[in-house]
Design a protein. Sequence first.
Length: 309
Amino acid sequence: MKPIPSPHRLGATLYMPATRQDIAEIVLQNKIPDLRSLVICLEDAVSEQDIPLALENLREVMQTLTEESRFSSNTDCHRPLIFIRPRDERMANYLVANVNLSAIDGLVLPKFTHASLSGWWDVIGSTHLCIMPTLESEEVFDVRKMNQLADILKQHPCKDRIIALRIGGNDLMNVISLRRSRNFTLYDGPMGYVIKMLVAVFVARGFALTAPVCEHIDDLRLLEKELELDVAHGLVGKTAIHPRQIKCIQRALMVNAHDHAEALTILSASEAVFKSQGMMCEPATHQRWAVNILERAAHYGIEPEAIVS
């Protein structure tokens, strides 16, 4: 089995319905520049009556991608990471049994809970598939249950398949009968608490978390503001629902030149504590931050320093 991809490879993860007719072309012909990962959705993005059409289209996409990979040794190096989001464990089991999934990297697991863990593992345990469980059910608001889930995942064999856990912002807002404001980021409402709590629970146990979608497609200023907070909370990558969001998301994931220089200094320092750029640096407590900064820089680059005229 191949090692699981770094969560830093995800970038802006673009969701698209499985009924879309040009998925194979998007993957193989770079129709969406800078695309690093995509999710072919069979859940919320597909209506019940369109499921047969979506499954047939998905089968054809998988066949095309599989055939292409046989003739190109460089396919894995250049194509985006590809995931499928089934509706539930039953549909996932059907896909594993009836569709050639060798061309994809994994599954996004909707409405993931402790109760569904064994069912999902029965489906993917014997496959090559990685997973991205989505935290988007009522249980997510219960910090006790989230601590229990994090402890269970840390000990479960599925841990070695988890690239990241996804925070399902819209579903969580639906649980509390709210919709995101047009004027504020998710952090300005109840989801601010939820994101902070999930970071404290899951990131502290070594899991990566991805940021929820910003569905205001035309308001890139709001997206940029939210991205600053995503990065400040240590989230890795962000769900995208439109190609125009991709560059904005991946630009925000670039590393500040000062942070990059400081990370290098921290990891090579012989002093226990020292001052750098007006701040205290303590390698014993800043090492994990520094490693994360260098990995982000390896995937997204370093922001060019502003030229002062």
